[in-house]
Design a protein around this ligand. Structure first.
Ligand SMILES: [Zn+2]
Ligand SMILES: [Zn+2]
Length: 243
């Protein structure tokens, strides 16, 4: 019955590719051509921050390899981070441009990518998924928090509880994209607070966001959560910049 209904819906409203709008045979979100243009991050990558390593011929990476930044970083606010793909012009389009389709379909497709990207983190048995409560990419005026929508679908897929309210954005910050690294960190200082520390005390928390560029937003959120008593903080994002 459910299948019959889905077939009927597909007939009336054929599923379309989230990027190019081409009609699809089944409701999987992206056509093969668009899917192949996404630069998915695969091994080898940094065990800690998930940064992909450029593999050079003859050079082998062991499974627990760390990147230079993680080897030298003193703050460990984020225990482990993973991202699904590289943030390039194509990925930007995938994340920002939803004109052909309803956002529920795209959020579900994107949440499935987060699910695959975060497999190392799900093994750590986290307790909560928390969306980053701030949208840095305010190039478009949004009526919804896209990260919260991603969390909704990811919670269904992982069975991990979603917490939309404990982490709050305290003040308006200048959109991060307009600032350089140092001013980004300054801009974010004290930008977040924890509304209900009981909810996150001793919990393993996973922050969810769409894009990670310098990582300063995630780091600031993680710092705020740890100060409020979170046991460990992880992060999964759809995209990250190639650096
Ligand atoms: Zn397409
Ligand atoms: Zn690293």
């Amino acid at each position: 019955m459910k299948e019959l209904l889905q077939n009927l819906i597909n007939l009336l409203l054929p599923p379309r590719c989230l990027i190019c709008g081409k009609t699809l045979g089944k409701n999987n979100g992206l056509c093969a051509q668009c899917f192949n243009k996404i630069k998915f991050i695969s091994t080898p990558y940094c065990e800690c921050c998930g940064r992909p390593f450029v593999s050079e011929a003859g050079l082998s990476f062991n499974k627990k390899a760390l990147c230079g930044q993680c080897l030298h970083r003193s703050d460990k606010y984020i225990k482990m981070q993973r991202s699904a793909f590289i943030y390039d012009d194509f990925a930007k389009k995938l994340i920002l441009d939803f004109k052909f389709y309803d956002k529920t379909v795209s959020a579900e497709t994107l949440a499935n990518m987060l699910f695959t990207a975060g497999r190392d983190i799900w093994q750590q048995k986290p307790d909560l998924l928390i969306p980053v409560p701030l949208h840095r990419l305010r190039l478009l005026t949004r009526r919804y928090n896209q990260s919260a929508l991603l969390v909704k679908f990811l919670a269904l897929k992982t069975g991990i509880a979603a917490d939309y309210f404990s982490l709050r954005r305290k003040r308006n910050t200048i959109p991060q994209v307009k600032l350089s690294g140092a001013s980004r960190r300054k801009n974010l200082r004290y930008a977040f607070n924890v509304h209900n520390s009981e909810a996150i005390k001793n919990k393993k928390v996973v922050l969810i966001d769409d894009v990670s560029t310098t990582g300063s937003t995630l780091r600031e959120c993680a710092k705020t959560l740890q100060k409020a008593g979170a046991k460990e903080v992880f992060a999964v994002t759809l995209a990250r910049t190639e650096d």
